[in-house]
Every structure is written in structure tokens, then in C-alpha cells.
Design a protein around this ligand. Sequence first.
Ligand code: ATP
Ligand code: MG
Length: 288
Amino acid sequence: METRLRIAVQSKGRLYDETMELLGEAGIKMTTAKRTLLIPSRNFPVELLFLRDDDIPDSVASGTADIGIVGLNEVLEKNKSVNILKELGFSRCRLSLAIPQHIEYHGLSWFNNRKIATSYPVILSKFLSENGIKSDIHVITGSVEIAPGIGLADAIFDIVSSGSTLVSNNLTEVEKVLESQAVLIGAQNRKLPQEKHVILNELMFRIDAVKAADGKKYILMNVPKEKLDEVLAILPGIKSPTVLPLANTDWCSVHSVLDEKRFWEIIGKLKSAGAEGILALDIEKMIL
Ligand code: ATP
Ligand code: MG
């Protein structure tokens, strides 16, 4: 039987779409859209094991799966023997302490002897003990944000992304404890057999190419030759920009790669320097 690298992924939820998108952009196609528990890829030697995100760290630590894709928050909370192989850059959120809006907050000592509701008791107790705070941790698995409002707790420790859930429950974020994102994990105490190791390396190479292209634009423009030096000085480029001749020998075509964050700033400078007919294209992959 053909060797397949088994990847544990979330079966549904906030990680699912972007996990599947990343694998798709890495050229990995699945055999069926139907979500059974275990699906092989039809063009790459991997298979996906669909689990609840809570079960992903243990599935990797115990060897049920070879690697997994899960939030860093879940990895730290479950505290299993896994290594972080790569940060994937999506499902970004943070774990924070929040208290009712009307309370005046003067620092961490406020939490002494208070009751904090959370689904992340391991991360929270570590943080509190590192800071010498003693609180009463109350574990609840869902709707943590309503706990203070119904008198179940004084404060909460929970996932925050935009903060709108906090606002609608009259809570204020007072301490950011952990920045989280999706990560690729592998087992700490087990070496993959050589064949699987080769598959993992190819997968990580492809993920790097997808991530490198993220937020980058390929731009081309026409530049009068006498302005070429000025235009080239504006372009950051990967190594050096490509300059190609045009039928009209007074002009040339310049190609380069731009970071989306600085896109408008640089386009403005290029225009004032005399560049014309600027085209910007999305980059799908980039091998550095
Ligand atoms: P499961 O049924 O698999 O146990 P879940 O309900 O525990 O799912 P989700 O709400 O799907 O979990 O969130 C999965 C992960 O996505 C979280 O552990 C966190 O890493 C990340 N996440 C959660 N909320 C957000 C958010 N608002 N924005 C971005 N990422 C988030
Ligand atoms: Mg979960």
C-alpha cells in the first residue's frame, strides 16, 4: 500500500475553511467533497483525518495522525508532547482577560480572589501563577462571555478577535495573555519513517511558497528610459527588478514584486516618477 502522511484537521469550525484553502493552494486535491472521517488526496500522498480541534494535539502526540493543523491556543491548553513545525498565519486571535466595563481597572492584582470563567484553565493558571495572582478558575466550555452578566463569575478569560463579542456583553479586555494562530504540529517523541518525512518536507516547501506569495503583487509598467534609474530606486523588488526592451526604444517595461501593505504608496511614487500603464497581478506561489 502506498505510504500516506496523515494530517489531522478540524472537521468543521473556524479553522476548517482556511485549512482546506491552504492545502488547495499547495496543490493538494481531495477525492471527495463529502466529509467522512478519513479522506485521501487524489494527487498527493497525504490523507486528512477530520477531528474536533480539541482532539488534534493528542491525535498527533499519540501517533493516530502524523501531523496536525490546529490553533496554538489548543496546543498550549492541551499540553501534549507535540512540536510546532510551522506557523501558518491564519485564524489569528488572542486569549485575553476581560472584566465588566463599569469596573475601574488598576492592574493584575484586581484578579486576586476573583472568580474567572474560562475554557482555557491550563493557560490561565500558568499565567496567573507566573504573575503571583491567586484566582478561582471556573471552567465552562461554551458562552464564556455571558458568565459575568449572569453572576457566574467576576471576569472571563477567552478568545478575542475583533472584540465585538466583549462589547455586546459589556466587557472590556484588560490583559492580552496569548497571541494565537493556526500552526502545523508534529509529535515530539516519535520520528517519522523516511518515506513520510520526504512527504512532510515537500508539503512544508509548498506551504512556504503559498505563504511567501500571500499579500504580494506582481507589477509591470512602462517607463521612459530617461526615468529608469528613478523608477528602479523606488522599487523594493525580490532581488533586482526585471527590465525588458519595448518596440519603442525610448521606453522599457519594468517588472517587480510589491508588498500589498505598501502598494498604494509605491504606486503613487512610480506614477510621479513617470511610470505608465501599470498592471498589478495576484501571485499564487513564490519560491524564494
Ligand atoms: P470544535 O468543534 O472543533 O471543537 P470549537 O468550537 O472548539 O470547534 P472554533 O470556534 O471552530 O472551535 O475555533 C477553532 C479555533 O479557531 C480556535 O481554537 C482558535 O484558534 C481559532 N479562533 C476562534 N475564534 C476565532 C476568531 N474569532 N477569529 C479567528 N480565529 C478564531
Ligand atoms: Mg474545540
